[in-house]
Design a binder for this molecule. Structure first.
Ligand code: HEM
Length: 431
C-alpha cells in the first residue's frame, strides 16, 4: 500500500459514511445530551448480542421455559451472567430512553426540523417498552406469569374489542402455550426488527437536521453555531469513552446482582399482591381510582396523543437549545413538580381514606366514570389558566409546565404502586 496511513484513512472514510466531517463544539458538551441517546444505543446492542446467545438455550414452552432458564443459570458457562446483562440492559433501556425523551423535551429539540424525529423516537420508545413487556413473561416464573395475567386483563376493559384483543394477544383465554409462542416471536423477531428499522431512521434525521440542537443561553440568537471541530477524534473519543463506561457499569452490576427468578409459574396460585411490570404499575394505580375505561383507554390515549402533538403545537418563541425555555420556565416547571407530587399524593390518599364510599370511585360514579376524569381535566385546565393568566407564561413555558405536571404525576403513581402497595394492594408505608 502506497499510503503509510492506509488503515487510518480507510477507517476515517468508513466512519464518515455515518458521521459528518465536523460538528459544532458546543454539541459535545455532556450537559447537552448527558450521553443518554448513546447509552440507549449501547444497551440496544447489548440486548441484541445477549439475546442471540440466550436463544441457544431458552425454550418457549410452558413445561420447558422455566427449566431452560434454570439450566442456563447453573449449567451453561457464563449463562447466569448473560441473563443478568440482558435483564439489566432491558430495564435500564426503558429508564434511559425515558430520560433521553426528557432531555430532548427540556432542550426544545423537538421543534423544526426535528419534529419527525420526535415521532420516530416515540415509536422506538414504544418498541422498547413492548420488547421489555414481551420478554417479561419468558422465564415463566410466578412473578412474570402473574404480571402478564394482570396487565393483559386490563385489555378486557377496552370497550368492544377488549376481550377479543386480549385473547388474540394471549393466544387463548389465559397465559399458556399460545402466549409464549406469541410473545417469543414478537420479542425475538418483530420488535427487534422494528427497532433496527426505526433507529437508523432516527440517526439519519439527526444528520438531516445538521446535527444536534446547539445549546445556547436565552439571549443568544437561535442560529448561533459556535466553533466547529473534527468529528474524529473529538466526538468519537467521547462516544467510545461513554460506551466503555456503560459497558463497565453493566458488567459490574451484572456480576454483583442476579436477575430475579421466583418459583415456577403456578396458574392456580396468584401471589399477593400481583403487580404489573414496573412501567405499567402507574396504569394499574390509575385503575384503582378511575373507571377502567378511563384508566386503560381514555387517560393513556390522551397522554399519548399529547406526546405525539408536542412538536406541532403553537409556540411563541424558538427555544430550541435553551434548557427549560427560560428562567421563568424553569421556575414554573419546578412549581409543576411540586403541584403534581402534592396533588397526586393527596388525590390517592383522599380517594382511599376519605371517599372510599364517597365521591371519587363510589359505585355510581364508577358506572359513569365521568366525575374523576372531569376533576382531573378541570385541575389541568385550571393549572393551565393559572400559568397563562396568573404567571403570564408564554406558550412554550405553559406547555412545558403542563408536560411536567403530567409526567411527574405518572411517576408518582408508579412510585406509589411499586413501593407503597402491599398485600391486597393496600396502601402501606414502606417497600
Ligand atoms: C431506543 C431508543 C432511542 C435511541 C437508541 C436514541 C438514540 C439517540 C441518539 C444516539 C441521539 C443523539 C445523542 C443524544 O441526543 O443523546 C438521539 C437524538 C435525538 N433523539 Fe433519540 N433515541 C431513542 C429514543 C428517542 C425518543 C423516545 C425520543 C423522543 C420522543 C427521541 C428523540 C430524539 C431527538 C429529537 C433527537 C435529536 C436531539 C437534538 O437534536 O438535540 N429519541 N437519539
Amino acid at each position: 500500500m502506497n499510503n503509510p496511513h492506509g488503515h487510518r484513512t480507510y477507517f476515517r472514510s468508513f466512519l464518515l459514511h455515518f458521521r459528518p466531517r465536523n460538528v459544532p463544539e458546543r454539541t459535545l458538551r455532556l450537559s447537552l445530551t448527558w450521553g443518554l441517546g448513546g447509552t440507549a444505543l449501547v444497551l440496544v446492542f447489548l440486548l441484541i448480542a445477549t439475546g442471540l446467545m440466550l436463544k441457544f438455550v431458552y425454550e418457549p414452552f410452558p413445561d420447558r421455559a422455566y427449566e431452560s432458564v434454570l439450566y442456563l443459570n447453573s449449567n451453561v458457562p457464563f449463562g447466569q451472567l448473560i441473563r443478568n446483562i440482558h435483564w439489566l440492559s432491558a430495564n435500564g433501556l426503558v429508564l434511559v430512553v425515558f430520560l433521553h425523551l426528557l432531555r430532548v423535551f427540556y432542550t426544545g429539540a423537538f421543534t423544526r426540523p426535528r419534529q419527525l424525529n420526535w415521532i420516530i423516537g416515540l415509536a422506538a420508545f414504544a418498541a422498547v417498552v413492548l420488547s421489555n413487556y414481551t420478554g417479561y413473561l419468558l422465564p415463566w416464573d410466578q412473578v412474570s406469569y402473574w404480571a402478564i395475567t394482570i396487565s393483559t386483563s386490563m385489555l378486557d376493559y377496552l370497550p368492544g374489542v377488549g376481550t377479543n384483543l386480549k385473547e388474540w394477544v394471549l393466544g387463548g383465554s389465559e397465559p399458556g402455550p399460545g402466549t409464549l409462542v406469541n410473545f417469543y416471536a414478537i420479542h425475538t423477531a418483530i420488535l427487534p426488527a422494528l427497532l433496527l428499522i426505526a433507529l437508523p431512521f432516527h440517526f439519519w434525521r439527526i444528520r438531516k437536521a445538521k446535527g444536534l440542537v446547539i445549546p445556547r443561553s436565552m439571549d443568544e440568537d437561535p442560529d448561533t453555531q459556535g466553533e466547529l471541530v473534527d468529528t474524529m477524534p473529538h466526538l468519537i473519543v467521547r462516544e467510545v469513552a461513554m460506551a466503555v463506561l456503560v459497558l463497565a457499569v453493566i458488567l459490574v452490576v451484572a456480576m454483583l446482582f442476579n436477575a430475579p427468578l421466583t418459583d415456577q409459574a403456578n396458574p392456580g396460585l396468584s401471589p399477593n399482591p400481583t403487580k404489573a411490570p414496573w412501567y405499567f404499575v402507574g396504569i394499574q394505580e390509575l385503575l384503582m381510582h378511575f373507571h377502567p375505561v378511563f384508566a386503560v383507554l381514555v387517560i393513556p390515549l390522551t397522554l399519548f396523543i399529547g406526546l405525539l402533538s408536542i412538536p406541532y403545537l403553537k409556540y411563541d418563541t424558538d427555544s430550541s437549545g435553551v434548557w427549560f425555555v427560560s428562567q421563568k420556565g424553569r421556575g414554573l416547571a419546578l412549581l409543576a413538580v411540586a403541584v403534581a407530587i402534592a396533588g397526586t399524593v393527596a388525590g390517592v390518599l383522599l380517594d382511599e381514606q376519605v371517599f372510599v364510599n364517597g365521591v371519587i370511585g363510589s359505585p355510581d360514579m364508577v358506572s359513569t366514570g365521568l366525575l374523576p376524569f372531569a376533576i382531573i381535566l378541570g385541575f389541568c385546565t385550571g393549572f393551565y389558566f393559572l400559568l397563562k393568566k396568573g404567571f403570564k407564561a408564554s406558550n412554550n413555558e405553559a406547555v412545558q409546565a403542563l408536560f411536567t405536571l403530567l409526567t411527574t404525576a405518572f411517576v408518582v403513581l408508579t412510585v406509589i404502586g411499586i413501593w407503597f402497595r402491599g398485600t391486597g394492594m393496600q396502601l402501606m408505608w414502606a417497600g
